[in-house]
Design a protein around this ligand. Sequence first.
Ligand SMILES: [Zn+2]
Length: 133
Amino acid sequence: MNSEGLKRRLEALQEQMAGIDHAIEQLEAQIVAQERAEKKGAEVLEIEPARGGGSYVLQRVLCGKPSCRCARTGGELHGPYWYHYWKMDRKTKSKYVGKIGLRRARETAKVEAIALKISGQGGRGRIIALLDH
Ligand SMILES: [Zn+2]
């Protein structure tokens, strides 16, 4: 095999590695989101990786008011609402997205990712994910 062939093999392997890194990041983000929800007594209905980074979680939540119906054992929770969870500077961030559909949520996150990129706060992975759109 000539050097060009070797370089192509190297590139193919690097692409595979990037794919695995991405899958690991997504799974880590899903675990973080699931753990957070469970800790807060929320019920997770759906988790989907967010292309801009982190994950979208559709969940039923407790509002935190002790007198509310949701605070009772087996009481009806609020929602479901979408939340966006992502990691930044090793911290988990979350943002309430609302009742809006996932397509809107994706667009919102994309806009935020662009804003972060412009302001220079976006991580490398985030910018690469954005360029992937
Ligand atoms: Zn409540």
